[in-house]
Design a protein around this ligand. Structure first.
Ligand code: CO
Ligand code: CO
Ligand code: CO
Length: 313
């Protein structure tokens, strides 16, 4: 990314420099456009599930900026020798999620490729006062995570034929869930910062938020929600390569006493597919969180900047 020229324009509200979830462009004084795209290779066997997951994942970056998706386009790569009903099921899954989001699926583009891939380019709208970025967390804010961790590890267990039906179903359900309701909660509770948890795992995205906001973040290890059985799969060594990359890249920015030596810490670096929103909410508003969903968990707080961005306690 370092070779891409940095663009400065007064209409570009969020660009490449902030490592945020999507680009944001000022249309006029009351409306910003959010633009994003995301696509990947199948992570579950069921094509319809995969389509829904890939679409929920792509739509998530619009929600993470506080916006509403309005328009989506398919991105498809497909091998010429694969059964076309498989592709139809993927596209049906994607289309159903876009309908659920109230956006319009209005076209797309496909290319022949050895490995199938699917995703969306999504355009959304947000008003300036609703725009949420990862760079505005305030000292004293309470940290909320809206989905449990473990999807990367469970996907690895699925690929290795080691996942049981129950944990597979739970992970699929988590990944298919739109972050729309979580975004509504963030806006109603006047969140200061927001991002979604994807490839860098909980700790990677937390570090980005802390770094961009010039604060540190304290996480209570035992409060972090984790999908059932994830720990068992970690103990079997079913950890995706991305978790080790994240650990290598981020570990020196975390103060954790001995926790990072424990097996469970792999879950905190686990790359998530269609993960939840990570939101910082002013302390005065946090007691209203139970009015939304019991799935939204308080996992820590924003503290004054220390020499490490994350403190695991
Ligand atoms: Co994102
Ligand atoms: Co993304
Ligand atoms: Co075309």
């Amino acid at each position: 990314m370092g070779k891409i020229p940095k663009i400065k324009d007064e209409k570009l509200i969020v660009g490449l420099d902030k490592a945020d979830d999507a680009a944001v462009y000022k249309l006029n004084d009351n409306q910003y456009i959010i633009q994003t795209m995301d696509f990947f290779t199948p992570i579950v066997d069921n094509a319809y599930d995969f389509g829904q997951i890939a679409a929920a994942n792509a739509l998530s970056d619009v929600y993470a900026m506080g916006g509403e998706p309005i328009l989506a386009l398919n991105i498809v790569c497909f091998p010429k020798n694969l059964d076309l009903t498989y592709l139809e099921d993927i596209l049906k899954g994607g289309a159903d999620k876009v309908i659920e989001s109230n956006a319009l699926l209005a076209g797309g583009h496909s290319v022949e490729d050895d490995e199938p891939k699917y995703g969306l380019s999504v355009c959304g709208l947000v008003s300036p006062e609703n725009l949420l970025t990862n760079s505005n967390a305030k000292v004293g804010d309470i940290l909320v995570l809206t989905k449990p961790l473990g999807t990367g590890i469970i996907n690895t267990a699925i690929k290795n034929g080691k996942a049981d039906k129950e944990s597979e179903q739970e992970a699929v359900k988590v990944m298919k869930t739109l972050n729309r309701d979580a975004k509504e909660m963030a806006l109603e509770l006047k969140a200061n910062a927001c991002t979604d948890i994807t490839g860098f795992g909980l700790l990677g995205h937390c570090i980005e938020m802390a770094e961009n906001s010039e604060v540190s973040i304290e996480i209570n290890i035992k409060d972090v929600p984790i999908i059932n059985k994830t720990r068992e799969y970690v103990a079997l060594g079913l950890v995706p390569g991305g978790a080790f990359k994240n650990r290598k890249y981020f570990a020196n920015k975390i103060y954790a006493n001995k926790f990072l030596q424990e097996l469970e810490s792999d879950i905190f670096f686990d790359p998530q597919t269609s993960g939840g929103l990570l939101i910082t909410i002013p302390e005065d508003n946090i007691n209203k969180i139970n009015e939304f969903s019991t799935d939204y968990k308080i996992i820590g707080k924003v503290i004054e900047k220390e020499d490490r961005f994350i403190k695991l306690v």
